[in-house]
Design a protein around this ligand. Structure first.
Ligand code: HEC
Length: 124
């Protein structure tokens, strides 16, 4: 009788299972690659299917680089607060019907889960 360990190591079934598991890991990795977001090479903004990034590019890169946006992460209300602050203090125009698209895009792609914060203090 061979010890159980030897039996397992030499088992063709075990090899098959290992190969199968490895294939799954590789396939999952390849799938993750597909999910990598495309970035606009000019602005640095994440390209979304709904093309809201273009609305953001038009409104939000007129005065400063999109880097101010892409380096931070905020929830929707904090993005809204930032927009209000720029409207009140920095001459940003009213965004009208583009505003919800912009806020959705920003909070989806540059959301609070990125764990970054604004440099300035919150408005009182
Ligand atoms: C009319 C000019 C103007 C436009 C248009 C504009 N901003 Fe700004 N924004 C500013 C100024 C000025 C600052 C301050 C820059 C600095 O601190 O050097 C600023 C700063 C910021 C900051 C950094 C805030 C901080 O406290 O760190 C973010 C984020 C930002 N803008 C996002 C946006 C977004 C999103 C849009 C589009 C909705 C936008 N900006 C459009 C003028 C503008």
């Amino acid at each position: 009788m061979r010890p159980a360990g030897t039996l397992l190591r030499s088992s063709p079934w075990l090899r098959l299972v290992t190969t199968f598991a490895t294939t799954i890991i590789i396939a999952t990795g390849a799938h993750a690659q597909d999910d990598v977001q495309e970035i606009d090479s000019v602005s640095g903004l994440i390209i979304d299917d709904a093309k809201r990034w273009q609305v953001v590019r038009v409104h939000c890169t007129a005065c400063h680089s999109a880097k101010l946006i892409t380096q931070i992460g905020l929830d929707r209300s904090a993005w809204e607060e930032t927009v209000r602050w720029m409207q009140e203090e920095q001459g940003l125009w009213l965004l009208g019907k583009d505003e919800p698209k912009i806020l959705d895009y920003l909070s989806e792609h540059y959301g609070a889960q990125r764990g970054t914060r604004l440099k300035r203090k919150n408005l009182d």
